[in-house]
Ligand binder design. Structure first.
Ligand SMILES: *[C@@H]1O[C@H](CO)[C@@H](O)[C@H](O)[C@H]1NC(C)=O
Ligand SMILES: *[C@@H]1O[C@H](CO)[C@@H](O)[C@H](O)[C@H]1NC(C)=O
Ligand SMILES: *[C@@H]1O[C@H](CO)[C@@H](O)[C@H](O)[C@H]1NC(C)=O
Length: 461
């Protein structure tokens, strides 16, 4: 290509790209119709030249289906904030994380709607794009710039009479750190931050100044669902809910047929869906304080006595329902969930005591309610006679109709009968008034499954 042609081509390219960007901007700025998150293409993104851009969408009960564009410029120019914003009401601020260009995250609208159905609030959706590079490092550099821009808006809303503590930020993935930095800029005086599978890579070892931490708001909570990949494995809030241990979620199993990408996203996105389900309020999702998931599964943490008997609950209740003071810090909470909405399950503690064995063995315990069974294999060793394990059963303890035990030990070593001194079931977190269900002194023979029916009614009081 000759030198003389180059400027012409460049010019053509520039005009092309500029008009593309302008077209996008024009569309984004028309105020007559409903506003939406941007869906810039890759080419348009590249034109941002590393400049972080933030726009806001406002949704309230008056405009649940038609977002209003919200600009901080308009706050300083006029006396009043945009029409639907009500200064006397609390404000929920949703901040998304890393996202794919040319598409809009569908869950944002769903989360906004679920929040509005639960409470009469202002919902501000922060839509931010971060420059020309998809490199994670670049994104991380930009998130503080986004937080700075958001803080300008919050300052202006404050001048119009909004109270800092009336703001509740809900940040997803990297968006949770954006929320955390906004909190840092306001010296921890904003009301609440909820981090949904807070971004992990690069942040785990970061200084608390650079990541979400309990000093960022009056109350900080986090829900962990993918802490071995996109999410963070350390505690970052006053309380941290680790769902199913916080790494791998039920129903997100890696299969030969699902790509690694969809498998990993399934875990990461689960935090959002569980949170929405909790807002829906169909069933309680409560966390039990414990040192580790292993301890929790082994039945070492049974109560919420550390919280005056009231377990922290995922959702909108003040401080997650925690009434103790001062608030805990970086307290890990564990709970099991099912694989689909509304995600609640019952955590049944199985405790078995056997007579000493000559050889190692194995039993399989099945809890049955109506036609649904939950199985649990329990390896038995020579050196131990007492075992506990927490099972996830879709029904309450009082709804269990029967329990079956099979002797499933190694076929080649003839383990004789297993004498079970006692097998007990109780529910976690334990209710003091509920007695465990126990059966004593039974022999489990090979090839002869044992079964026991419970006759019980649920106490509705
Ligand atoms: C704003 O919210 C307050 C408190 O909920 C309510 O009393 C008032 O009527 C609302 N104002 C408008 C214009 O909706
Ligand atoms: C962006 O959204 C607009 C309006 O919803 C739509 O017409 C356009 O096709 C979208 N662009 C892309 C790249 O998806
Ligand atoms: C909320 O609950 C309703 C029914 O109670 C259900 O149809 C809807 O899917 C739920 N939404 C979420 C996000 O869980």
């Amino acid at each position: 290509m000759s030198r003389t042609h180059t400027p012409v081509l460049l010019c053509v390219l520039t005009v092309c790209i500029t008009s593309l960007v302008l077209a996008g901007t024009d569309e984004a700025q028309s105020d007559d119709e409903c506003a939406d998150l941007n869906n810039y293409t890759f080419l348009e993104y590249r034109q941002q030249r590393g400049k972080v851009q933030v726009q806001y969408l406002l949704l309230t009960r008056r405009n649940m289906d038609c977002a209003e564009r919200f600009r901080h410029e308009s706050l300083s120019e006029t006396q009043q904030p945009p029409t639907n914003f009500n200064i006397s009401r609390p404000t929920k601020v949703i901040i998304h994380g890393f996202r794919i260009t040319g598409s809009r995250p569908t869950w944002v609208r769903l989360l906004a709607r679920t929040l509005l159905e639960a409470q009469d609030v202002n919902v501000l959706v922060v839509d931010w794009i971060y420059g020309a590079s998809f490199a994670y490092n670049q994104v991380v550099e930009n998130y503080k710039e986004a937080a700075l821009q958001i803080s300008v808006l919050i300052n202006q809303l404050q001048e119009h009479g909004c109270k800092l503590q009336s703001f509740h930020f809900i940040g997803i993935s990297l968006g949770a750190h954006v929320a955390g930095f906004v909190g840092t800029l306001f010296e921890g005086k904003i009301g609440r931050i909820t981090g949904l599978d807070v971004a992990g890579p690069l942040f785990k070892g970061a200084d608390t100044y650079d990541r979400l931490d309990p000093s960022d708001a009056l109350f900080v909570e986090a829900i962990h669902t993918d802490s071995d990949y996109f999410g963070i494995s350390i505690s970052v809030g006053h309380v941290d809910f680790f769902l199913n241990g916080g790494k791998d979620q039920t129903g997100c199993a890696r299969s030969r047929f699902s790509s690694v990408f969809s498998y990993v996203l399934c875990d990461h996105m689960r935090a959002i869906y569980v949170y929405m389900s909790a807002l829906n309020g169909s069933c309680p999702l409560v966390g039990v304080p414990c040192f580790s998931y292993e301890d929790f599964l082994q039945g070492r943490c049974l109560t919420c006595d550390a919280f005056n008997g009231k377990c922290p609950t995922i959702g909108l209740s003040e401080n997650s329902g925690i009434s103790i003071s001062p608030l805990p810090k970086e307290q890990k909470l564990f709970l099991l969930t099912t694989s689909s909405s509304p995600f609640c399950t019952h955590q049944i503690l199985l405790q078995v005591e056997v007579s000493p064995l000559d050889k190692s063995a194995e039993v399989e315990v099945t809890l049955v309610t109506e036609n649904q069974g939950t199985e649990q294999k329990l390896p038995l060793r020579k050196d131990t006679t007492v075992y506990s394990v927490v099972m996830s059963h879709p029904f309450a303890l009082c709804e269990i109709n029967s329990m079956k035990i099979k002797n499933t030990g190694n076929r080649f070593y003839r383990q004789g009968d297993i004498h079970v001194k006692s097998v007990c079931l109780s529910e976690i977190p334990s209710q003091s008034r509920e007695e465990p269900l126990c059966v004593n002194n039974i022999d489990i023979r090979r090839g002869a499954p044992w079964s026991h029916d419970f006759v019980q009614v649920c106490d509705s009081s």
